[in-house]
Design a protein around this ligand. Structure first.
Ligand code: BGC
Length: 740
């Protein structure tokens, strides 16, 4: 590919043309061949009517290949330097084919399968002409009130690092070379967007620097270490300073410490919000601050477009900062090969997998993402029994979650159709049973039609219940497909009550009176609070939002064709008051001894145990795995020769299955108090019936390091308790090893 001389291109560009490269506008500005059409949008966005749309650097969320091609061709015909537009979009976990939501994906602990799915997304998106995806979201989340937890990998640092690496490798391809079939990834939201106080979206983040480096930074860092091309700033403040106007965060941490030389884009209108945060007086100052912070692209505002030229003319901004930012944008265009082929992907598509192969790739992940939370033996279902399939999710297609706008609903498989493969018509009856919500208007969504009730019609709840009771009466087992509406999680979907909706809870209680075994299949974008309903169920399978083919996997699990192996990547609380809750907590000088008021003066609640309903790392299966015989090949070691920790895993059942074996470490004594345990490695171990295997984990010195109060990152000599387990709450199987 011919290399273009970016420095000489830069020299030919006027300031106005350079500024354009830093502006990102949505579709309506680029309507093919209709320059005058832009007047309306220009005014709406606050851009001057003199703004030349054909200087713009990138386009946001254009919805299809045809439009991308038209826009690019019209753009190039009108732009002076013929610098192609970059097309960026929110293709977070699926384009046409949609994967289970990221929070579900991380429950698989199968990072190869996650990578394969990211490659599939990349190929579909490449062929549609997209260049950059605003994914992965790498914000660690320990508070399920925050609705965007569905886009995250959950609560754990180790999982975050593995997830980041898999997504970047899948999207960007081998060595992040962006070869055909791949996209540039944009990690988000830098930084700590997932930790707003009280779980309220866009809220302030206030945390120690030690937490920042130790808990929040590693996933972002792992993505950058794997060559992630772009970073998006976050909306929130961190310790008082908004991320988009935060010099320490962007210049010192991102550019210097993490060595990032790629493009930094703001989140949607985040530069403008610097004024609302009260750290600058007006948009002129906002543009100056963002430029000084090393921000390169202003997403969907007029702040850069209206102010950078003035800032330079007034000598309030050094032109070098502008050049630096423009070069970064141009370099990304070049890396993507856009100067030689602005229609990348559109003219020479890569051959995609066949629909059947795609289905297999997705199923290979989806079979591992649903988590079996409870089972008294009712599962797998006996297909000779009469099943009443009830619930508002049972016949629903396209359970994609909020962030899969391009997903093809028609491709997707609903649970009822998936189960029909295994049950004859006389054995499977269905009733909707309940609305998910009785009122959608308070979710704050408007539709083009202006009437939310058209999009989510609410039916007569009494009629639905009556029908469900009749169907259930005539069955042996009730399978309930219930959960959140997809609009209840995602952006701007923080909640204070994480129980299932009232109509669904009522339905459960009424059905329970029939005294038939009930199985719940729960669809949701976050860990819900299940304490008040879990007792009614003989089994609970938590399937999150499973994407295009997830219900095929769910049906396989329900009938025992697939043995579930998902493990929770996020703790499920027992009580709202326990939130935020996660397993890797810090120690207390007065740890809880027992749930007993006799131990009042310990670190506990008076009205609820400290324990979650379901802990991190937890998940049942149909086999019976046992982990024994943990040992280390040495009990004293130095930094240069670390031990191998091993254990025996046995399948005490005649059912083949897979266990996610987890290694946890506790630094017993250190210069600062360390968490009670931290996950450091996992292995999915496939086990035949009655098989025994040895699993081995080679420790790395990184596993023993931490940030002290001076922010030095190091390991300290002394003992470590190392456990091998299948859940974070059972660390009995351990060895004590000593770093000399
Ligand atoms: C979200 C981002 C997203 C952007 C562009 C924002 O509201 O926070 O995650 O990429 O919109 O659509």
């Amino acid at each position: 590919m011919e290399k273009i001389n970016l420095q000489s291109l830069l020299k030919q560009m006027s300031i106005e043309e350079k500024v354009g490269q830093l502006v990102q506008l949505p579709t309506e500005f680029f309507k093919a061949g209709e320059t005058t059409e832009t007047t309306g949008p220009l005014e709406k966005l606050g851009l001057s009517k003199d703004y030349n749309v054909f200087n713009t650097g990138s386009a946001l969320n254009v919805t299809n290949a045809k439009l991308i091609k038209e826009i690019q061709s019209n753009f190039l015909a009108n732009s002076k330097h013929k610098i192609p537009l970059l097309f960026m979009a929110d293709i977070i976990y699926g384009n046409k084919t949609v994967m289970p939501i990221p929070l579900a994906q991380s429950c698989s602990f199968d990072f190869e399968a996650i990578k394969d799915c990211a490659s599939l997304i990349a190929a579909e998106s490449y062929n549609d002409g997209y260049h950059v995806t605003f994914s992965p979201m790498l914000d660690i989340v320990r508070d399920p009130r925050w609705g965007r937890v569905m886009e995250s990998f959950g609560e754990d640092v180790y999982v975050g690092k593995q997830f980041a690496k898999a997504m970047i490798q899948g999207f960007q391809g081998e060595n992040s070379k962006l070869s055909s079939g791949h996209l540039a990834a944009c990690l988000k939201h830098f930084a700590c967007y997932g930790a707003p106080l009280a779980g309220r979206d866009y809220g302030a983040v206030d945390l120690s620097l030690q937490q920042f480096y130790e808990v929040h930074l590693p996933a972002y860092k792992a993505a950058l270490d794997n060559g992630c091309k772009m970073v998006m700033t976050s909306f929130n403040t961190i310790n008082g300073v908004p991320a988009t106007g935060n010099k320490w965060l962007n210049r010192k941490v991102l550019r210097k410490e993490l060595n990032f030389d790629g493009v930094l884009i703001t989140d949607y209108a985040a530069i403008k919000e610097l004024v609302v945060h009260g750290v600058v007086a007006d948009e002129y100052e906002a543009a100056k601050l963002a430029m000084e912070c090393g921000v390169d692209i202003d997403m969907k505002t007029a702040v850069f477009a209206n102010n950078i030229e003035k800032l330079i003319a007034n000598e309030d901004l050094n032109i070098d900062l502008l050049d630096e930012a423009v070069l970064r944008v141009l370099r990304l265009k070049e890396e993507l090969g856009l100067f030689s082929n602005p229609y990348r992907g559109l003219e020479k598509p890569v051959s995609e997998q066949s629909v059947e192969d795609k289905k297999e790739t997705v199923l290979n992940l989806a079979r591992k993402t649903s988590v079996l939370l409870k089972n008294n033996g009712i599962l797998p279902l006996d297909t000779k029994k009469k099943i009443a399939l009830i619930g508002p999710h049972a016949e629903l297609k396209g359970q994609f979650g909020m962030w899969a706008f391009l997903g093809e609903r028609e491709l997707s498989v609903d649970l009822k159709s998936a189960l029909e493969k295994y049950f004859t018509a006389d054995k499977l009856s269905y009733a909707e049973g309940s609305n998910i919500l009785l009122d959608y208007s308070n979710l704050g969504f408007s539709t083009n039609a202006g009437d939310i009730s058209k999009l989510f019609p609410v039916k007569n709840q009494e009629d639905l219940e009556k029908e469900a009771l009749a169907v259930a009466q005539n069955s042996d087992i009730i399978v309930l497909a219930i959960g959140e509406s997809m609009m209840e999680s995602g952006e701007a979907a923080s909640k204070t009550d994480l129980r299932l909706s009232q109509p669904q809870r009522n339905l459960i209680k009424k059905l329970a009176k029939l005294n038939k075994p009930m199985v719940a299949l729960i669809y949701a974008g976050r860990p819900l609070l299940l304490s008040d309903i879990e007792e009614y169920f003989a089994a609970i399978l938590y399937t999150w939002f499973p994407g295009t083919y997830g219900n095929i996997a769910n049906a396989e699990i329900l009938v025992g064709e697939c043995n579930p192996s998902g493990k929770l990547s996020m703790t499920f609380p027992k009580n709202m008051g326990q939130i935020p809750i996660h397993y890797a907590t810090y120690r207390s000088g007065r740890p809880i001894i027992a749930d007993d008021v006799a131990y009042r003066f310990t670190s506990r609640y008076l009205d609820c145990s400290n324990a979650p309903l379901y802990p991190f790392g937890y998940g049942l299966n149909y086999s019976n795995f046992e982990i024994t015989n943990i040992k280390s090949n040495k009990y004293e070691f130095t930094k240069d020769s670390l031990p191998i920790i091993s254990a025996t895993i046995t399948n005490n059942s005649d059912i083949e299955g897979c266990e996610v074996v987890q290694l946890y470490i506790k630094d017993d004594v250190a210069s600062i108090s360390r968490p009670i345990s931290e996950l450091k490695a996992t292995q999915r171990v496939q086990m035949a019936a009655w098989q025994s295997k040895t699993v081995e984990f080679k420790l790395e010195i990184e596993d023993l390091k931490f940030y002290n109060n001076e922010l030095d990152y190091n390991s300290e000599p002394g003992t470590f308790t190392v456990s091998i387990s299948n859940c974070s709450n059972d660390l009995e199987n351990h060895v004590i090893i000593k770093l000399l």
